[in-house]
Design a protein around this ligand. Structure first.
Ligand code: FAD
Ligand code: NAD
Length: 478
């Protein structure tokens, strides 16, 4: 008879492995099932995020940014580095080592916290039974509660079917062993801009084809416009309103057909990355009698506390509604573990930060000015350019701006949108402000260390009432 658990988690990505560790810490007898097999044929934990997502992409973004800095910024600082070259294979080996370290670390965390790691594919048979199959063998485990954290996979589109080494998804684009001369990217979303930036920095001519007419519509449009301008200056050719209609492979090249406002066009690339979004992954996950309902888009249907349609069965992360972000998945994992352990728990879905790790980074939380106005809220906002920041000058990072959006009546912070070096670190201030229901005045009255990039957030908060110190003042204080 197989073991019985208080909780079985299916999937060991940032949603599942965090849920499992938290549950075990709270005293629940917990198992986590994972089916991801690495190139050596071993089961690995960490899901998309650690294996082919957040971590490897950031390793490449950091390396490629340093390559650009060494070529263009060092000289101005008096550093003579000589001819700077990039060894792509070495950069990839470093990335692989980081991934291996981190994914291997989860097994250690499971052991330290008493989580049982089950290898194989998990299937929910009923509210209290999970079947785990590996190499043709099946074992059924009993559980009082089940958490589904099976994640997501890339969307593919009929005009550009994946073709080994030529038309790839984000996973393929993390594996190029040399820099393509002409790189096409379909989708000017988060992946398109991050991976497009990596290869652009390493010397590819990058063209991004985006179906929508607007650029980064979820970001405040002042910040989005500034970002678009900066990426264009770096060499990314972003074509908006470009609808891809087909593709051909000719002489080891990819010919992409697309239509824009001027009509039908063709463009030839050495490699093409398709990054047009991700879809929930539920293949082989639900037995015929599981009873777990999906929504109309294929996500597992859950309530605000991640309960599915079946009592005792929860679902978290990319496989359920909401932004597809690692930290959102982890927070849901913690919430659900707390609930299963009998505690009260909830999440504030309005205060989930997003970051695009281009240079400079783009980060935001809460509403942008356009969304707030569309929701009928009377809005005030304050902005501050990094060009006026002493630390930004010292860092050679004067591009970008910080913007604070508030409710004109209450001064409460509704959102913060930043494009600038370290924006991904700075945005935590906006998250905390929103979590604590702070006003712009609260931020303005806070003492910030000098000189820091974060002072731009302080100044933007002061600017909400026209009182930024290092900008021409527009108002006299009453
Ligand atoms: P996943 O990480 O997808 O994990 C799901 C796990 O479940 C997988 O290991 C899978 O093998 C396993 N599984 C599925 N079905 C079964 C089954 N039946 N039995 C057993 N195991 C199963 N997010 C950020 O927040 N920041 C970033 O910088 C960032 N960068 C990204 C870069 C790229 C290139 C990509 C592709 C994504 C990035 N993301 C980023 C998104 C992030 O990776 C996901 O939001 C996150 O991994 C979702 O976590 P999850 O636990 O829900 O699912
Ligand atoms: P995305 O939703 O961010 O962007 C996809 C883009 O492709 C959109 O702008 C969309 O309009 C466009 N598009 C869709 N179909 C198209 C078509 N046929 N032709 C041209 N353009 C088309 O998706 P993504 O970039 O693939 O990323 C997937 C998910 O992974 C996102 O939800 C994101 O949150 C997550 N992710 C996060 C990070 C991060 O947090 N830094 C990094 C990478 C990925």
């Amino acid at each position: 008879m197989a073991d019985k658990f208080d909780l079985i988690v299916i999937g060991a990505g940032p949603g599942g492995y965090v849920a499992a560790i938290r549950a075990a810490q709270l005293g629940l007898k917990t198992a986590c099932v994972e089916k991801w097999i690495d190139k050596e044929g071993k089961t690995v934990h960490g899901g998309t995020c650690l294996n082919v997502g957040c971590i490897p992409s950031k390793a490449l973004l950091e390396a490629s940014h340093k390559f650009i800095e060494a070529q263009h910024d060092f000289d101005d600082m008096g550093i003579q580095a000589g001819d700077v070259t990039m060894d792509v294979k070495k950069m990839m080996a470093r990335k692989d080592k980081i991934v291996k370290n981190l994914t291997g670390g989860i097994a250690g965390l499971f052991k330290a916290n008493g989580v049982t790691a089950l290898e194989g594919a998990g299937k929910v048979l009923s509210s209290k039974q999970v079947e785990v199959s590996k190499d043709g063998e099946k074992v059924v485990y009993e559980a009082d509660n089940i958490v589904i954290a099976s994640g997501s996979v890339p969307v593919d589109i009929p005009p550009t079917p994946l073709t080994e080494g030529l038309i790839v998804d984000s996973t393929g684009a993390l594996e190029f062993d040399e820099t393509p001369k002409r790189l096409g990217v379909i989708g000017a979303g988060v992946i398109g801009l991050e991976l497009g930036s990596v290869w652009n920095r390493l010397g590819s001519e990058v063209t991004v084809l985006e179906a929508m007419d607007s650029f980064l519509p979820m970001v405040d449009q002042a910040v989005a416009k500034e970002t678009q301008k900066l990426l264009k200056k770096q060499g990314l050719d972003i074509k908006l309103g470009a609808r891809v209609t087909g593709s051909d492979i000719k002489d080891n090249e990819v010919v992409v057909k697309y239509a824009d406002s001027e009509g039908d066009k063709e463009i030839t690339f050495d490699k093409l990355i398709v990054c047009v979004g991700r879809r929930p992954y539920t293949q082989g996950l639900l037995g015929d009698d599981a009873g777990v309902k999906l929504d109309e888009r294929g996500f597992i249907f859950v309530d605000d506390q991640c309960r599915t349609s079946v009592p005792g069965v929860y679902a978290i992360g990319d496989v359920v509604r909401g932004p597809m972000l690692a930290h959102k998945a982890s927070e849901e994992g913690i919430m659900v573990a707390d609930i299963v352990a009998g505690h009260k728990a909830e999440m504030n879905y309005d205060a989930i930060p997003s970051v695009i790790y281009t240079f400079p980074e783009v980060a935001w939380v809460g509403m942008n000015e356009q969304e707030a106005k569309a929701a009928g809220i009377e809005v005030k906002s304050g902005s501050f350019p990094f060009a006026a920041s002493g630390r930004a000058m010292a860092n050679n990072a004067t591009e970008g701006m910080a913007k604070v959006i508030t409710d004109a009546e209450t001064d409460r912070v509704l959102g913060m949108h930043i494009v600038g070096q370290h924006a991904g670190e700075m945005i935590a201030q906006g998250v905390i402000a929103m979590e604590f229901g702070s006003s712009a005045e609260d931020l303005a009255l806070t003492c910030y260390a000098h000189p820091t990039m974060s002072e731009a957030v302080h100044e933007a908060a002061l600017a909400v009432d026209g009182h930024a110190i290092h900008m021409a003042n527009r108002k006299k204080r009453k």
